[in-house]
Design a binder for this molecule. Sequence first.
Ligand SMILES: [Zn+2]
Length: 359
Amino acid sequence: MHIRPPEGDAYELGITGSIFTEIADSTTELPDTSALWALPGLADCHAHVSMNSLAEFDTITDETMVDSVPRNTWAHLDHGVLLILDKGGKSDTTLVALDHDADLRPYVETAGAMISPPGGYYGNFGSEVDPENLVEHIRTKAATRGGWVKLVGDWPRRGVGPVNNWSLDVLTEAVTAAHSAGARVAIHSMAQSSADAVAAGVDSIEHGPFLTKNDLTTLAARGGAWVPTIVNTLHLRDILGADSSGGRMFSKGLEQMRENLPIAEQLGVTVLAGTDLAVPHGEVATEALRLHEYGLSEVAAAKATSVSAYEYVGRPAKPAPGQEADIVFFRENPFESVETLSNPALIIRRGKTVRSDLG
Ligand SMILES: [Zn+2]
């Protein structure tokens, strides 16, 4: 099988079972991919595979979440998304994604129940933990499976506006506890909590419209990630109405992101694409278009939706013998045409063809 990456030389690979091999050792009959361009897969780095829409926030049951995971993970595969970072859910039930047949889902890392202090998020969603119990909660519950801990960094209080949920000290201790347990920390930051989150060593800033240049510089220096979720910010502004106080905050945030994205690219921040329930599962290519529209170069927007995520989590970004046979092909070079990401020609997960549009 001919592998032509967007950058670098083309090469040949075979597949045996679920694994890439040298072409001479291939036992699988492979299609002609010589006219196509290859990526290791698309990646959605802010998904919630146990949920179907924002509207279900307070009503969804564990049973519905269990039923939703196989359907939603398949939708991702069917769009060429072979890597998902699930940024948590209503309960630890979201961890069932890890148990689902690996041939029928992308590679998944996931946070369990999202963590907020009482009153610090949608009520009846995730785990409510007092700040003084956060470290204990992370050590004994949150960091034990899935690879990620998800904190809610700030949340609006009636008549007050957004309030930071945790002090810098608490955040710093929480990050240390998670890292000691081998987990990474992601934080929901829609308002002013991102500065503390960056200072505390949080691995991934989710949303983060109000990151400063200083924050971005710190994040870049330590290889931290930023998942802007622009489709979701636009979606939330639509829901609230552009003239509401929340809607005005999102508009301001979008303007700020338009300034920050080129700076982040220049500084070398790991910017990653995430959909966050704003579009149907699998449609992360939409976020790639938004990232480009809001200031990332075409190359950086395509990388944010594929190879950057692979490099960030330590999955192979360049398919090679011995690795799990995951690969997605496109008709155009994705680094020159972000549009092509929404239309993969051939998708292979663990050696099996998920979808092929080749004649
Ligand atoms: Zn989210």
